[in-house]
Design a protein around this ligand. Structure first.
Ligand SMILES: [Fe+2]
Ligand SMILES: [Fe+2]
Length: 362
């Protein structure tokens, strides 16, 4: 089997996607939880953008009520204002900003849908959608950019002056909070990350699939495997806070850059910790660079101080990192990687997990 053939891995875990027991416990999180998790990610990627979004969202709530919009429409506006800038932020290092570009609009719409707006709801940010809310948001955004302290009444007057007439509101009668699961929040973060660094996003997917395979072989219970899968799938999401210049650097990192890079474990844990259903996954993410012999970071934990599920993630992560091409190194073969892990990392890695990995190879 080709280790780096993600299709193969997916085939082996074929029932994963269709087996409810293999997924994270589908406890619904509240829309507020989802918003909090996105806020955390947004703040990490661009604190200024997040602060602007928060001010705009507050303003839009007042404006929406001031204009007599239905609650559903106010909610649309609030979400669009808060997250409208989120999607382009990860692209910042890679090229010019395109705040209202098609990709931004598409991702914003997807995020709003995941947060709980109905399927097909027009995003006020989508240039091509016939949303009556878009002009309102645009006017408010321009006003706030010109004057960060502007009040709701002044914006309402601008809107009424520029765009007289009744405002219709979106209909979110289909909104179902039960649809909002930990899994969906993870999807949002994964989507966001894929736009910053596609290679890392694929790495997280592969590590999640490999962790699942190892955990099955070790006889880990389905609920535990679900937590592990979630943690593995997002374990490097804290790299949202690292500039692409560091992520893509081919030379050795300076001590300052290394420290910044290592901070991804705390960043990732902080994002996940917002949602109750992800608390243990958050702890695993925090620990995913710890080693059994205490040589890891951030806390130099040893032995039983490390969550048993983390031990599996660490092995899968090391294996995938070594067999993957990185900007600073070529890929190693699976055979050479397994040999190196057994020979040079025996003190650092869990022996049972390592044995399970070897078994899968056979
Ligand atoms: Fe990592
Ligand atoms: Fe990783």
């Amino acid at each position: 089997m080709g280790w780096r053939d993600i299709t193969q891995v997916h085939r082996l875990t074929g029932d994963l996607k269709h087996n409810p027991a293999a997924r994270v416990h589908p406890a619904a999180v509240t829309p507020e939880d989802a918003v909090a998790v996105l806020n955390a990610a947004h703040g990490l990627a661009d604190p200024d953008g997040a602060a602007f979004g928060a001010r705009l969202a507050t303003l839009m709530t007042s404006v929406g009520h001031g204009l007599g919009l239905k609650d559903a429409a106010v909610r649309d506006l609030e979400l669009a204002a808060r997250f409208g800038r989120l999607a382009h932020i990860p692209l910042r290092d890679g090229g010019p900003l395109e705040v209202d570009g098609p990709e931004t609009a598409a991702v914003s719409a997807a995020m709003m849908r995941w947060i709980g707006l109905p399927e097909g709801a027009a995003s006020p940010l989508d240039e091509h959608a016939e949303s009556p809310l878009r002009p309102i948001l645009t006017t408010a955004r321009e006003s706030l950019e010109a004057d960060p302290q502007i009040g709701a009444n002044e914006v309402i007057h601008k809107i009424q002056r520029d765009r007289p007439g009744p405002f219709t509101s979106a209909d979110d009668s289909d909104f179902d909070p039960e649809r909002l699961t930990v899994d969906r929040v993870a999807d949002v973060l994964g989507q966001l990350f894929a736009r910053k660094n596609a290679d890392t996003a694929l790495h997280m997917r592969r590590v999640a699939d490999l962790s699942e395979l190892i955990a099955r072989r070790l006889g880990v219970a389905p609920e535990e495997r679900a937590v592990l899968y979630m943690a593995a799938r997002l374990h490097d999401v804290g790299k949202l806070g690292a500039p692409d210049t560091i992520l893509n650097k081919t030379d050795a990192l300076t001590p300052g850059e290394t420290a910044r890079m290592r901070h991804h474990v705390e960043n990732g844990a902080a994002i996940l910790a917002v949602v109750p259903g992800m608390v243990r996954a958050s702890r695993i993410v925090l620990q995913h660079h710890e080693k059994l012999d205490g040589s890891g970071y951030p806390h130099g934990l040893t032995g039983s101080e490390i969550d048993p599920l983390t031990l599996i993630l660490v092995v899968a992560d090391v294996f995938d990192a070594l067999t993957d091409i990185r900007p600073y190194k070529p890929a190693m073969s699976a055979a050479a990687t397994l040999e190196l892990m057994a020979r040079d990392m025996a003190e650092e890695l869990d022996p049972a997990t390592l044995a399970a990995l070897q078994d899968i190879k056979l």
